[in-house]
Write a protein that binds this ligand. Structure first.
Ligand code: PEP
Ligand code: MG
Length: 566
């Protein structure tokens, strides 16, 4: 049995498919039979064009025409006589096909990246993609296609990236095992959103497991059972059935208001990453969206989304929500969220580096176009803007100033938007917790991002298993922060939500009820469970629990006590 972190509930029994990072190494050599080498190169280019055309067809069906056009553009590039001509000239001069391809591509990448112009820089990303694809063909490196995984597949990878999820067919993937990640890493969030059982941080999973072998993924306990015998298969099949039964029972909470046992009402929102997720949120009986992670619109593509493209996405989500609250968080890149085509510089300490609101305030065009897109969409629903990673009042002021600037641009062009749009702060840094009383005076709402708040308060990276013992929202320091943020919000008369993963934790719920949280934002599959858990507590009982907890000294003491009462 292999041990890891239980990151997405449920039991999956299936056959392993290893997703390896392909290495594209080769030794450059001089060729004598240049005609044969030219033919090898041309065959590879033909294969590339055929495969890309098929991919474009598939993308057109799953994602849309615009996305497919990016791939068609790759084919045009490889039909361009300038680029291919230079490669062929190098081969005729005695270079091997791999080296000729790489040299010419690198030259174009360099030229495109150095202009400083965003659109041209995207061409560099396109050339990089082409280079990788054709090199893989020349070297005979097979890239595994997740979308073609057969029914009953368990994906095993170093990490599940947001771009990989595009290919995941929920019907066929019964489990996910990764070598890295924690409860709150993006692999975990994505697995939960897809409702696929997942165990993360399993050491050397990609080498210990082999493609085709049968395993059991226990996403409840964080176990991966290898070579299961008959008895284990029937034991876990029974567990899987019980889990699915409990899920059905939760259906009793569908269509109800979210009330505590003493009648206080809460908003129960969902976290989403795409307009399609908004549909899932509504199907899951969410009462709104407390966090739209907009970076997913920027990932898995080669160029920045335009203002119009963003507007369409936000508008689509707003229309799905039919007037229910929709909190859109502005771009939160950096840290564990990379967008290759932005060419962010590698930093010593990326989580404390040039990211999120810091990056946006320095890249005003990009930021303003996102804000304008959100404002334009606000004519179609109850949209609110939220800034990530705020650490100082100046950042909130600068963001709000840009919102005002964007508003006057739109006014001048006669474009409709919500004049009274609310602008809030994601309180997810230690600094924002400490100055919550100052931020509360200038923000329209708070949403507590416990995933980062825990990390930044404890100085413990959320993806680092060596410091995982410190990374807990039940650390007294984190609970003090949470309580403080809620109290400062209440004193200023602004609503305070929580969109970090802790909002769905049954042990956290009585504390949040007692502190006075007004909105819970959780993943779609957690909605009914959270509604059930909130319904168990009266305000009075919750206050008693919170009193006891806030008088305890250690995380172990707190969690042991809370485990005993939920
Ligand atoms: C958080 O930090 O708690 C949060 C919800 O945002 P993300 O997980 O996207 O960083
Ligand atoms: Mg965060």
């Amino acid at each position: 049995m292999l041990k890891g972190i239980a990151a997405s509930e449920g039991i999956g029994i299936g056959k392993v498919m290893i997703i390896e990072d392909s290495t594209l190494e080769y030794t450059p050599k001089t060729v004598t039979d240049t005609d044969a080498e030219l033919q090898r190169f041309r065959d590879a280019v033909d294969t590339f064009c055929e495969e890309t055309e098929q991919q474009a067809e598939a993308v057109k069906k799953s994602a849309g025409e615009k996305e497919a056009e990016i791939l068609i553009g790759h084919i045009y590039m490889m039909k361009d006589p300038g680029m291919v001509g230079s490669m062929e000239a190098q081969i005729t001069g005695g270079q091997c096909a791999e080296a000729a391809l790489e040299q010419v591509c690198d030259m174009f990448i360099e030229a495109f990246s150095s202009t400083g112009d965003e659109v041209t820089a995207q061409r560099a990303a396109d050339v990089k993609d082409i280079k990788t694809a054709i090199l893989s063909i020349l070297l005979g490196v097979k890239t595994v296609k997740i979308s073609e995984a057969p029914a009953g597949t368990v994906l095993v990878a170093k990490e599940v990236t947001p771009s990989m999820t595009a290919g995941i067919n929920k019907e066929n993937i019964v489990g996910i095992v990764t070598e890295t990640g924690s409860q709150t890493s993006h692999s975990a969030i994505l697995a939960r959103a897809l409702e696929i059982p997942a165990v993360l941080s399993v050491e050397n999973a990609t080498t210990k497991l082999s493609s085709g072998e049968q395993i059991i993924v226990d996403g409840n306990d964080g176990d991966v059972i290898t070579a299961p015998n008959e008895a284990q298969i029937s034991e876990y099949s029974a567990k899987r059935d019980a889990f699915l039964r409990e899920k059905r029972e939760l259906e009793n909470y569908r269509g109800r208001r979210t009330l505590s046992a003493s009648g206080e009402e809460y908003e129960l929102f969902c976290n989403i990453g795409t307009p399609k997720d908004a549909v899932k949120a509504m199907n899951a009986d969410g009462e709104g969206v407390g966090l739209f992670r907009t970076e997913f619109l920027f990932m898995d593509r080669n160029a920045l989304p335009t203002e119009d493209e963003q507007f369409e996405a936000y508008k689509q989500a707003a229309l799905v929500l039919k007037g229910k609250g929709l909190i859109i968080r502005t771009l939160d890149i950096g840290g564990d969220k990379d967008i290759p085509y932005l060419g962010l510089e590698k930093e010593e300490n990326p989580f404390m580096g040039f990211r999120a609101i810091r990056y946006c305030l320095r890249n005003r065009d990009l930021f303003k176009s996102q804000i304008k897109a959100i404002l334009r969409a606000s004519a179609f629903g109850d949209i609110r803007i939220m800034f990530p990673l705020i650490t100082a009042v100046e950042e909130l002021r600068a963001g709000k100033a840009l919102v005002e600037e964007a508003k006057s641009d739109l006014r001048a062009s006669g474009i409709d938007f919500d004049e009274n749009i609310k602008v809030g702060v994601m309180t997810e840094t230690a600094a924002s917790g400490v100055i919550a009383h100052l931020l509360a005076k200038e923000a329209d709402f708070f949403s507590i991002g416990t995933n980062d708040l825990t990390g930044y308060t404890m100085a413990a990276d959320r993806g680092n298993s060596d410091v995982a013992y410190l990374y807990s929202p039940f650390q007294p320091s984190v609970l003090i922060m949470i309580k403080r943020i809620i109290e400062c919000g209440r004193e200023a008369g602004i609503p305070v939500g929580m969109c970090g993963e802790a909002a769905a934790n049954p042990m956290m719920i009585p504390l949040l009820i007692s502190f006075g949280l007004t909105e819970f934002s959780v993943s779609a599959p957690s909605v009914l469970k959270v509604r059930k858990n909130i319904s168990k507590w009266t305000k009075e009982e919750a206050d008693k629990v919170a009193d006891a907890v806030m008088n305890m000294t250690t995380e172990a003491e707190i969690t042991e006590y809370l485990k005993g009462i939920v």
